[in-house]
Design a binder for this molecule. Sequence first.
Ligand SMILES: Nc1ncnc2c1ncn2[C@@H]1O[C@H](COP(=O)(O)OP(=O)(O)OP(=O)(O)O)[C@@H](O)[C@H]1O
Ligand SMILES: [Mg+2]
Length: 227
Amino acid sequence: MDDTPLLEMNAVSKKFTSKSSELEILNQADLCINKGETMAVVGASGIGKSTLLNIIGTLDKPDSGSLMYKGQDLFSYGDEKLAGFRNRKIGFVFQFHYLLQGFTAFENVLLPGLIAGKSKKTIEKYAANMLERVELGSRFDHRVEELSGGEQQRVAIARALVMNPDILLADEPTGNLDQKNSDSVHRLLLDLNQELGMTIIVVTHNAKLADMMNRKVTLKEGRIIPA
Ligand SMILES: Nc1ncnc2c1ncn2[C@@H]1O[C@H](COP(=O)(O)OP(=O)(O)OP(=O)(O)O)[C@@H](O)[C@H]1O
Ligand SMILES: [Mg+2]
């Protein structure tokens, strides 16, 4: 059996320095996640959870350390190869969802597929399906600025899922949602994990969501430890 972890972060360090201060966010941090696992990252505001997720999602580089995906060193990839990897394998739900203003919900969800060069018909089918699953079937043609905060968050979730990524990285995916919509997003995440074996790393202050994950970790003194 192949027991190579899906993702392995080794001795990753990350500092932010400015004239007046030096912030040590990660200090030789290690993390290992297997295919199909679900993990919650909890911890105080400003401790570095989004920074960690950005590094795992290859959007930011650490000062030192390595990140392996199925045994391959991701930071040895050139920019273009890394962008392709991110597009195909990683779904990202950002804390501040970064949808394209002026475009419709549907267009926003189509975008990752169009970037990947998928056929329009295929990607339209997936995008419609994902918008239905986040209960936005009646909002396809609304532009982003015509949607509520919670609806925008759900469009961002649909966009992250449209390429059927190996790994979903979600930064406070239910931060703007009411109880009912939070519950339905929680259910969607668990369904995707069970149906597709999608690996999920979620940053959350929502105790209910954190408890649903297989594992809970926290950041402390730059390390990732069991919560
Ligand atoms: N690009 C940057 N330059 C300088 N400092 C940064 C940068 N990005 C983040 N920081 C700092 O690093 C620390 C960790 O930020 P991060 O966004 O990772 O925290 P967080 O745990 O996600 O917080 P929250 O729960 O509030 O979202 C913060 O103190 C922040 O000010
Ligand atoms: Mg954050």
